[in-house]
Design a protein around this ligand. Sequence first.
Ligand code: FMN
Length: 448
Amino acid sequence: MADKEMLLGLSLSEAYGLHPGAWRVAAREAYTDVDVFVQAAERAEQGGMDFLFVPDRVFLHEDLTYGPPFFTMDPLMVLSAVAYTTDCIGLVTSASTSFHEPYTIARQFRALDVMSHGRAGWNAIPSYEPDAFANHGMPVPPREKKYERLHEAIQITQALWGSWRREAGQPDKTSGRFADMRHIRPINLQGNQVGSRGPLQIPPSEQGQPVIFMPFASGASLDAAARYADGVVAMPRTPDEGRQQVELMRSLVEQAGRDADDVKVFPFMQFSLGVTERDAIEHRMVLDRAAGVDDLVPQLAAVLGITIDDVDTPLSDAQIAALTPHPHSPRTTRIIELATQGLTPREILAWGVISRGGFDSANPGMIGSPEQAADMIEEWMHAGAGDGLTVVLSDVQHDLPLFVEHVVPILRQRGLRPEGYLGSTLRDHLGLKEQLGLDPRISSQDNA
Ligand SMILES: Cc1cc2nc3c(=O)[nH]c(=O)nc-3n(C[C@H](O)[C@H](O)[C@H](O)COP(=O)(O)O)c2cc1C
């Protein structure tokens, strides 16, 4: 990776997109049609994107009356279909250390890694929602127990990945020796909460073992990420906050005894694209109509301090003259700017100025042309807000072709992205060294 170059991941949940209207304008039913997910992955690969990031929750996360579930049917199942039809793009997904035994995690991710020829990544997360624990018949554990289990689960998983060494060799039909069992050994690790004897029954992949991702969350989560993570997904709201998170992460990684460069940080960034800025806004209005903007109108009225009777009539001169920006809310300033330009409330809402909460409010976002998207990306990368970013799209079927065919070429012209894949494994893309088993710099400090 050249100095100025950045990495690019694509976050894919159910493959419709983050906007609540996306499922209604989608040409195909994404949630239950794995082809839609596979085609999105192929498209991202055509754009040379480094990895897919598939978040997951193990409970029904939302009211389905007006929209689909936010997560895939099952990420490992879906990614094994993707592994089969793609060649280069990395395949990263979440699996909770709160429920799965490390042996199961080690086995499933190693299988995905071998099937994809070295492209798997595990986003190692502890669960925190009571609904997720209820689905497993468990009470929510105290925080320190949750993180104790996370540490043990990651260390045992990595040890299992290292239980089959490369020295075990390849099957040799001539001699009749399948593998050298001296290099496929038990690990015999038992923690307070989880344990495993091993060894694993699957050999290493082309990249050794899967890449470990972790979220930039609380202090306990950061301490764990500093020890184990190769990739960190983050949700800063500004480039400056992003830079501070990167600096903190790098220093924690060094304190944990690793090199600062061993970890790559990926802020999430949300895009609503059009060939021109006007096209992007027009498409947002299509999505807003599909989602119904009625629920957002009272909030917009409250921010502006007016009554909105008709979403398609611009504000009157008297209303505009009475608007006063809130000193601590850049959002209000932006809304007033748009209203002053003569936009209707519907057009103002299309700018995404009122979020629907949850994930939508967590992501910094842009609505505009490919050139504007590239400008924002360049600004964030220039500020040192990440080693790359994880792209979140408002409407995958509409925005992904635009991102791949228009934004990526501009990033290439600006020297921010390579022309194509330089290697074939996820570790190659991320510039990471091979790892097989626990990192000796970490395992020498303590053991599960
Ligand atoms: C960027 C990011 C991505 C995350 N992805 C997932 C996920 O896919 N599945 C999940 O259950 N939790 C996910 N989480 C939640 C974290 O695992 C963590 O439990 C949560 O942030 C609460 O942190 P705490 O328990 O350290 O307070 C994510 C968090 C962040 C910040």
